[in-house]
Design a protein around this ligand. Structure first.
Ligand code: DP6
Length: 349
């Protein structure tokens, strides 16, 4: 038996066109498009040990050096769902160690980075333990597929720059089973796109994304939402190709606000923005109008604000953050992130 330890560092991503609503086995109700991040990442390693009882999944899981029952349960549930496709998962005891580059309390969604890192480890280890063979393109496609089964947004984390997940009339290769790397050439204005995450509140989200997606099942605005997402996909593709910042900013902001509008009008209803979120939004819009600097905001299912802006305006926007926005951030916390190159592998024999 091989004793190789496989380690993958996999990034988080921020959706510009949001995935909200799913069906079947983790299939999205609309196509989404995301920016792969650079700093916010999970590093996970997987090694195998001998065990006696062959039939059951056995996991020794530690998160940042400590046992974590809640995460372990989620991982076991996930492994159970895919064990038939990877015989080594039941034949060995699995030793999994995981850590985030960002504080757990930072309010950053960690399921995208953690589930993609785990899926990548499982797939890499299957090439050794189960002697599977994959060509590079096939490897990432499968990694995205298995990441998706763990968390929808994780499907998008295995590719650099921008990633698209879901069927869309505007993207030929787009499909629901796995994400793809953004297939078009994007305008060089978007190279090294910046994302500064303003931490308005560090508390855990009051609605899990799983419960959140379920709210879309009976939402009175659902049908219109999916139409909007599809037409915004067209708009963002056009903005990315042409370097049209006005269209880019309006599309990204409308998506974020629509996500929150859907949550606010769900039954039960959730208001996840905080007063500081709105203060920041107002100031960002005012700053953009006054300076004509293309900076816009987007939101996850939470109160923290992601500011998206081009690399060439980094200095100006960072000054603006320091001078006007920091006061709305808890403990003046900001995470300065940017477009990333996708996951990285390490193998220790
Ligand atoms: C608002 O991927 O966390 O961040 O598939 O249930 O794990 P599950 O949901 P998840 O949902 C992400 C929702 C979102 C938008 C997005 O990332 O597209």
């Amino acid at each position: 038996m091989s004793t190789a330890t496989i380690t993958w560092q996999s990034p988080s991503n921020i959706a510009l066109i949001k995935y909200w609503g799913k069906h079947g086995n983790q299939l999205p109700n609309n196509a989404s498009l995301s920016l792969t991040l650079n700093q916010a990442a999970t590093t996970t390693s997987l090694s195998l040990k001998k065990k006696r009882k062959k039939a059951e999944i056995e996991v020794d899981f530690t998160f940042e050096g400590e046992k974590n029952e809640k995460f372990a349960e989620k991982i076991i549930h996930y492994l159970e769902s895919i064990k038939n496709e990877f015989p080594y998962l039941t034949a060995n005891k699995l030793v999994i160690e995981s850590a985030n580059s960002f504080p757990h309390s930072a309010g950053i969604a960690s399921s995208a980075s953690s589930m993609s890192a785990l899926a990548l480890c499982i797939l890499s280890q299957s090439m050794i333990a189960d002697k599977k063979e994959y060509k590079p393109e096939e490897f990432y496609q499968k990694a995205s597929y298995y990441a998706r089964l763990g968390s929808g947004s994780a499907a998008r984390s295995v590719f650099p720059d921008f990633s698209v997940w879901g069927k869309s009339t505007h993207i030929k290769a787009g499909n629901d089973k796995y994400a793809i790397q953004y297939p078009n050439k994007f305008n060089s204005d978007f190279n090294d796109l910046q994302d500064s995450i303003l931490i308005v509140n560090e508390k855990e989200k009051s609605v899990s994304s799983r419960a959140g997606h379920a709210l879309m099942n009976h939402h009175p605005m659902a049908a219109q939402r999916y139409k909007n997402a599809e037409s915004r996909m067209k708009d963002i593709l056009s903005a990315l190709t042409k370097g049209d910042w006005e269209l880019f900013c309006s599309t990204v902001e409308t998506e974020a606000l629509e996500l929150h509008a859907l949550m606010m009008t769900s039954n039960p209803s959730f208001i996840l923005m905080k007063p500081g979120t709105l203060e920041i939004i107002e100031r960002v819009r005012r700053f953009r109008n006054e300076t004509k600097i293309p900076v816009c905001f987007t939101l996850d299912a939470g109160p923290n604000v992601h500011l998206i802006y081009p690399y060439f305006e980094k200095k100006q926007v960072r000054n603006f953050i320091q001078e006007e926005l920091l006061t709305f951030c808890t403990k003046k916390k900001v995470i300065y992130d940017s477009m990333g190159n996708g996951p990285q592998l390490r193998i220790d024999e």
